[in-house]
Write a protein that binds this ligand. Structure first.
Ligand SMILES: Nc1ncnc2c1ncn2[C@@H]1O[C@H](COP(=O)(O)OP(=O)(O)O)[C@@H](O)[C@H]1O
Ligand SMILES: [Mg+2]
Length: 318
C-alpha cells in the first residue's frame, strides 16, 4: 500500500529525515510517534506530495511520488498539522469547496459532503461559520475534508493536538472507526494515543526510525527486567531483606503502606518468572500475601528508553 525507501529530506544543512524505510499495509492504522522535531511532519508532507524528498522514493498504491504525484494525491486524504481552514466559510461551503478542488462533480459532491458531515458528526453545525466552531469541531471538519472523495489512505498529522480530553476521545473514536476500511498513518507525540488507536507504531527520533513494532511487542521486547507488585502483611524490614536474598531478584522497593501492610515492587531478572517462588517465600515466612501481579512497562517508559539510549541495540523490523 505504502512503500517508503530511503526517504531523506534536507533543509539547507539540516537533515530533517534521514534514510527512512518502512511499509504500511492496506487497512493498517500506523502511528508515527516521535518528539517535536523528529521529522513526522516532513515525512507526511513528502508522502502526500506537498514537497519532494531530497532523495529516496515512496510508492503509494503503486504510484510513485516523483513521477505520479497527481495519482498519489488522489488516493490520500491529508489532515495537515494545525489544520488550516477557511474560517469565514460555513462547514458545508468549505466542504463543497474542497470537494470541487478534489474534482467531484456537483451531484456527487452533494452526496459526498452529506456523507462526511454525518460521518464526522457535524450535522448540527453544518451551517455554522468555521471561525465560530470549537477546536474539536474544527478538527472534525479537518477530518471530514480529508475523507471527502473516499481516499483509501489517510495521513493525519497530530490530529488530536490542542484538543481537550473529551474532544480527544471523540476524534480518536472517529479514527478508530476507520480501522480496516482505510489505511491510516497518524502522527502523534502522545504515547497512550498509539496504543489506543494504532496496530503498529513507527518510532522516529532525530529524523531516523528507532523502532517499528506493535505497541504490545515493543513494550515486551524492551523490558530489561520483569517487575512484580506485591501487597504483603508483615514486618516491612524483614520482608524486604528476605526478598532481596532470593536468587534472581535485582531490586526490592516499598512503594507505600502503613503499619504492617505494605506494597512492594520487586524487580527480577528478565525471563525469570519468580511469581511462584515469591508466593512460597512470603507464605512460608508466615506473612499475609494480599496481592501478587506482574507489571508491564508502559509505552511511555519504552519510548523514553528508545529515544534516550542505545537505539542501536534495538532490532528494527522493517
Ligand atoms: N521548512 C523548514 N526549514 C528548515 N528546517 C525545517 C523546516 N521544516 C522542518 N524543519 C526542521 O526539520 C526537523 C523535523 O521537523 P518536522 O518534520 O516538523 O518534525 P515533527 O513534525 O516531528 O515535529 C526539525 O528539526 C525542524 O526544525
Ligand atoms: Mg509536526
Amino acid at each position: 500500500m505504502i512503500e517508503v525507501q530511503g526517504l531523506t529530506k534536507v533543509y539547507g544543512n539540516k537533515t530533517a529525515i534521514d534514510n527512512l524505510t518502512f511499509t504500511v499495509e492496506q487497512g493498517e492504522v500506523v502511528g508515527f510517534l516521535g518528539p517535536n522535531g523528529a521529522g513526522k511532519t516532513t515525512t507526511m508532507r513528502v508522502l502526500s506530495c506537498f514537497m519532494p524528498p531530497s532523495s529516496g522514493t515512496a510508492k503509494v498504491n503503486g504510484y510513485d511520488i516523483h513521477t505520479q504525484a497527481l495519482e498519489v494525491r488522489r488516493r490520500i486524504g491529508y489532515l495537515p498539522e494545525h489544520n488550516p481552514l477557511y474560517t469565514d466559510f460555513t462547514v458545508t461551503q468549505y466542504l463543497n469547496f474542497v470537494g470541487e478542488a478534489k474534482g467531484l462533480s456537483r451531484l456527487s459532491r452533494r452526496q459526498k459532503v452529506g456523507e462526511v458531515i454525518e460521518r464526522c458528526l457535524l450535522h448540527d453545525t453544518r451551517e455554522w461559520i468555521i471561525g465560530r466552531l470549537s477546536k474539536g469541531y474544527r478538527q472534525r471538519v479537518g477530518l471530514a475534508q480529508a475523507l471527502l472523495g473516499d481516499p483509501p489512505i489517510l495521513i493525519l498529522d497530530e490530529p488530536t493536538i490542542g484538543l481537550d480530553p473529551k474532544q480527544i476521545i471523540e476524534i480518536r473514536s472517529l479514527i478508530q472507526d476507520m480501522q480496516g476500511e482505510r489505511t491510516v498513518i497518524l502522527s502523534t507525540h502522545i504515547l497512550p494515543e498509539v496504543s489506543m488507536v494504532c496496530q503498529r507504531v513507527i518510532i522516529i527520533n532525530g529524523g531516523r526510525i528507532v523502532a517499528v513494532d506493535t505497541p504490545e511487542s515493543l513494550t515486551h521486547r524492551l523490558q530489561r527486567s520483569t517487575q512484580v507488585r506485591l501487597h504483603i502483611e508483615g514486618p516491612p524490614d524483614q520482608i524486604t531483606d528476605r526478598l532481596r536474598e532470593m536468587a534472581g531478584v535485582l531490586r526490592v522497593e516499598t512503594t507505600d503502606g502503613a503499619g504492617a501492610l505494605h506494597r512492594y515492587l520487586v524487580e527480577t531478572e528478565k525471563e525469570r518468572d519468580l511469581r511462584q517462588e515469591l508466593a512460597r517465600v512470603v507464605c512460608g515466612s508466615g506473612w499475609g500475601l494480599l496481592e501478587l501481579r506482574p507489571v508491564d512497562m508502559s509505552l511511555e517508559e519504552v519510548f523514553i528508553h528508545l529515544v534516550t539510549e542505545e537505539p542501536d541495540s534495538v532490532t528494527v523490523d522493517r
